[in-house]
Design a protein around this ligand. Structure first.
Ligand code: PLP
Length: 361
């Protein structure tokens, strides 16, 4: 029988998201450096909290997330009433698109911006608009020039994935000041925790009605498998998002582990310091062998090669060495590879393997 069952306009324009690979056939001792995961894992306190949840698996989770929101508010000095938790920050991004974008409205993101902005915009029936960057750095003037009466949302990852670069708070404030009245600026702080002394844009959120911030437990806190993220915004936006949030969108184990993780700032600080140390070491080691990268503020570096062909050949070689990094052709950066900063041994293995590749090339 034939059918005429069709999805909403826009859905079929979504290319399937490709996650970072984690296996190489025939090799063990593989190191996965393709998804920006924390090489030190999660805090012991978070693991203990997760284990305790095993005794209550038959219970629905708390739906207002009050304990986790209070912990986040405490640690970051925020208003708990203006925090919303989601199944990863991906879900917060989806809520924002569902609530504010839609047919006839536009969602602006940067040229090398995170893939979920386009996917969530299309899923909501809205039109994604890609804005040029300046040498892999967000260009505030170009974003402002791309905005119109149709612009509902502007997404800006800061630091950005996969470039690792960021712009300063003064530039973000200038962006927020210049936006049309109906546009909400979303600062995606998935990597904000890696930047010493950076609040992810929280103070800007507090000072304005048109700025929203998203954060995650998947990167610095090492809880990617549990899917916990959060957003912080003006009350009017939180009130809207709370209406579309499912009551049980975050699991009890996710809530408990995230609460313990955010309260364990000693471990967070240790992870931040280790990351900075090995990120800088790796960037220098690669630069010495002719593979430059922009100064990264995140937990990965974007290694630049002479051509897409060389980047792909290096990726193929790294795989034979059990090292999985990320191709970023889908981000318009076919001559680059994104390499997550692993632990010391992983960084040394990557630097060694890239050197072997360069010497053999
Ligand atoms: C990883 C990432 C996220 C999403 O992480 P969740 O696991 O969904 O919280 C959001 N934005 C950027 C830029 C990321 O790299």
């Amino acid at each position: 029988m034939t059918h005429n069952i069709t999805p909403q306009p826009g859905i079929m324009d979504i290319a399937l998201y490709e996650g970072g690979a984690s296996h190489v056939a025939g090799l063990d001792n593989v190191v996965k450096l393709s998804s920006n995961e924390n090489p030190l894992g999660a805090s012991e306190a978070a693991k203990e909290a997760f284990k305790r949840c095993a005794f209550d698996l038959h219970r629905y989770p708390d739906s207002d997330h009050s304990a986790l929101r209070a912990a986040i508010a405490d640690v970051h000095g925020l208003d708990a009433g203006r925090i919303i938790c989601g199944a990863g920050s991906d879900e917060i991004i989806a809520f924002l698109c569902q609530a504010y974008a839609g047919p006839g409205r536009e969602v602006v993101h940067t040229e090398h911006g995170f893939a979920m902005y386009r996917i969530s915009a299309l899923a909501a029936g809205a039109t994604p608009v890609s804005v040029k960057e300046r040498e892999r750095v967000t260009d505030v003037d170009a974003i402002l020039a791309a905005c119109s009466e149709k612009t509902a949302l502007v997404f800006l990852a800061n630091p950005n994935n996969p470039t690792g670069t960021m712009i300063g708070l003064a530039d973000i404030a200038r962006l927020a000041d210049g936006l049309p009245a109906q546009t909400l600026l979303v600062i995606d702080g998935a990597y904000a925790e890696f930047v010493d002394g950076y609040d992810g844009g929280a103070a800007l959120v507090d000072a304005r009605e048109n700025v929203f911030m998203t954060r995650t437990f998947s990167k610095l806190y090492g809880l990617g498998s549990l899917r916990v993220g959060w957003g912080y915004g003006p009350q009017h936006v939180i009130d809207v998002l709370m209406r579309i949030k499912g009551p049980f969108n975050v699991s009890a184990a996710g809530l408990a582990a995230a609460e313990a993780a955010v309260r364990d700032q000693a471990f967070a600080q240790q992870c931040r310091a280790e990351n900075a140390r090995w990120r800088d070491w790796l960037a220098n080691a690669l630069a010495e062998i002719g593979v430059p990268s922009d100064v990264s503020l995140a937990n990965f570096i974007l290694a630049r090669f002479a051509s897409a062909q060389e980047a792909n050949a290096c990726d193929d070689f790294l795989r034979t060495q059990g090292l999985i990094v990320r191709r970023v052709g889908g981000y318009n950066l076919p001559h680059c590879l994104r390499i997550t900063v692993g632990d010391e041994s992983a960084c040394r293995r990557v630097a060694h393997a890239v050197r072997q590749f360069k010497e053999g090339a």
